[in-house]
Design a protein around this ligand. Structure first.
Ligand SMILES: Cc1cc2nc3c(=O)[nH]c(=O)nc-3n(C[C@H](O)[C@H](O)[C@H](O)COP(=O)(O)OP(=O)(O)OC[C@H]3O[C@@H](n4cnc5c(N)ncnc54)[C@H](O)[C@@H]3O)c2cc1C
Length: 561
């Protein structure tokens, strides 16, 4: 889609009489509200966001202070072809300078301070491990090619470990892959295929995380805060502490129309009547639902409660009304396969900052994630640009770490990760960094907040067509699904881009706007990208490269790759 399609759609007749209810206050709903205003010309006063917690932003959180410790459940890797995300942030003013946009400042930062890892893998307590190639054999390349060529229908609910030879799981590529994207061996190979295709242009720089983009601060401060500020300025209503429990949906023939919203507001049950003209957007499912925090001296206790589980119960209630509303149980019923743990460390004083710069040979924010190859918990850390919080003092530094195997016993702390206090988690990390002798001293300077997330990889569970509802299910007149558990062809879950894309699709479809949704970046159809990716898989030695180069010499295609 070129600029020719980037029109300002005409205002639809009757838009003034419509109201929009957005269930969930994550980026998906916030983006949908922004598109209702910009492209749908709906007045902010007619838009209400219903959020069960007391904060907006959903999974994109960032809170705390230097004394109690900062907390982010996660940090985000972003890239240039988040087409819908950059469209959204191209019209959200920056908080620093309203004449510039969030995108303007984000791009400027990434040009000035690009990510290019000098230390992607470590092992043996603080020793750099080789990360120069993907380390694939001919068999692995054959299997990757087979995956690329297979259809999603052929692959069905196959897992990554069903698909690949056992030796693949020892390659650098798998270390890079699972630590960048949080894939586990038992996750859906279809999701892996989508990542491979969607981000194929990043494959040549994968070992150094080239092409990964970062924000000035954590993503709450850098993305959510400006977006909320703009929506507030547009008079959007935010109903916090309001949990939606069910929808009344009239099913007549193939037509599906929401007629009521059941909710609990500040502990009181209510029903909101919805007219056929109104619109309802539901973020069905959340990767951070029921996440829990621990402290320096207490572990984050895994929450298995299925009764108080707002988003999954709402989706289950909706799904029970019609098969086109999907199958939530596929994603949320096996917590042991969908959980992992992260922890945020707040260090006072310069020691860790200096140490990490020396260990990784670069400034914070420019290295991306570092994975500890021989960690039993399979830990990776990310030392983002500092300060990581708007209110963070100069002598305070924030470091985020996560482990993919929370049920494993540590290498230094002989306990399962999930049973560890903040103090124990940071001790294990310091051991792997080669700082065993300094643990006692460093513990006096750090606050650690552990975070256990029961559903963090639920969107990667093996699934088949129909398990996720369409963004606007067939026959729906006023209901759309948003977020990670609505179906979008070709795009990748566990990204903000996916949620923002569903918002764009939902608004344009329900309002019948003539504007096109920005297509998913289709790098897999670009011959240059394909050739460079193939060359990378073969560790820089593309079979037949000399002959191809000879054939292309002195032609218009010389220099193709
Ligand atoms: C640790 C971690 C690492 C990540 N890494 C990356 C990355 O590298 N790159 C990237 O692009 N993305 C990443 N993401 C993913 C990205 O943050 C999410 O995909 C995105 O934020 C999801 O937004 P959402 O609005 O769809 O859902 P959510 O953010 O989950 O929001 C759902 C909201 O709905 C509310 N809610 C649920 N049920 C109800 C109800 N019944 N009534 C009212 N409110 C309800 C919830 O409280 C929540 O606020 C990461 C996320 C995490 C947690």
């Amino acid at each position: 889609m070129g600029n020719y399609q980037k029109i300002n759609p005409l205002k639809k007749n009757g838009i003034e009489a419509k109201k929009a209810y957005l269930i969930g206050g994550g980026i998906a709903s916030l983006a949908a509200a922004a598109y209702l205003i910009r492209d749908g010309h709906m007045a902010g006063e007619n838009i209400t966001i219903l959020e069960e917690t007391l904060v907006l932003g959903g999974s994109m959180d960032g809170a705390g202070d230097a004394e109690q410790g900062y907390i982010i459940r996660g940090g985000r890797e972003l890239e240039e072809h988040y087409e819908c995300s950059w469209d959204l942030f191209s019209f959200i003013p920056s908080l620093n300078n309203p004449s510039r946009t969030v995108l303007d400042e984000f791009r400027e930062l990434n040009l000035a301070e690009p990510i290019e890892s000098h230390c992607r893998l470590i092992h043996n307590c603080g020793e750099k491990a080789d990360f120069s190639t993907l380390g694939l054999s001919d068999l692995h390349i054959k299997q990757i090619t087979k995956l690329f060529l297979a259809t999603e229908e052929q692959l069905g609910a196959t897992t990554v470990e069903d698909f690949f030879d056992a030796s693949y799981f020892e390659t650098n590529m798998w270390y890079f892959w699972r630590s960048m994207f949080a894939f586990e061996n038992w996750h859906s190979v279809v999701e892996m295929k989508r990542y491979m295709e969607r981000f194929m242009h990043l494959l040549p720089g994968m070992n150094q995380l080239k092409g990964i983009l970062h924000t000035q601060y954590n993503q709450y401060d850098s993305m959510i805060l400006p977006l909320i500020t703009w929506l507030k300025h547009e008079n959007v209503n935010f109903d916090l502490h309001t949990q939606v429990t069910d929808l009344d949906i009239s099913l007549v023939g193939r037509q599906k129309t929401v007629t009521g919203i059941h909710l609990v507001r500040n502990g009181h049950s209510e029903k909101v009547a919805v007219s056929a003209d109104d619109l309802v957007f539901v973020t069905n499912g959340s990767m951070t639902e029921n996440s829990t925090l621990g402290s320096m001296y207490a572990p984050a206790v895994l929450n298995r409660d299925k009764v108080n589980c707002g988003c999954w119960n709402l989706w289950k209630n909706i799904a029970s009304k019609d098969p086109s509303f999907g199958h939530p149980e596929v994603f949320c019923n096996d917590i042991d396969k969908t959980k992992w743990e992260s922890f945020t460390m707040t260090f006072k004083g310069p020691f860790m900052d200096k140490f990490l710069k020396e260990l990784t040979d670069q400034d914070p924010g420019q290295g991306g994630v570092v994975t500890i190859k021989d960690s039993n918990w399979l830990m990776s850390w990310s030392y983002s640009k500092q300060p990581h919080f708007i209110n963070q003092p100069d002598d305070v530094f924030v470091l985020w770490t996560y482990g993919l195997f929370p049920d494993n016993v540590g290498d230094y702390i002989k306990k399962k990760m999930c049973d560890c206090t903040g103090e124990e988690l940071v001790s294990e990390l310091l051991y792997h960094m080669g700082l065993k002798d300094k643990i006692h001293e460093i513990l006096k300077t750090v606050k650690v907040i552990p975070c256990m997330m029961p559903y963090i990889t639920s969107q990667f569970m093996p699934r088949v067509k129909g398990d996720r509802p369409d963004v606007v299910p067939e026959g729906s007149t006023n209901l759309a699904f948003l977020g990670q558990f609505a179906e979008v062809a070709d795009d990748c879950v566990f990204t903000i881009e996916y949620s923002i894309r569903t918002a764009m699709m939902a608004v344009y479809t329900l309002l019948e706007l003539e504007k096109q949704v920005t297509p998913v970046y289709a790098s897999k159809y670009d011959i240059r990208v394909l050739l460079m990716a193939a060359k990378t898989l073969y560790s820089g030695r593309l079979p037949g490269e000399t002959i191809i180069r000879k054939l292309l010499k002195d032609t218009t295609l010389e220099g193709l790759f």
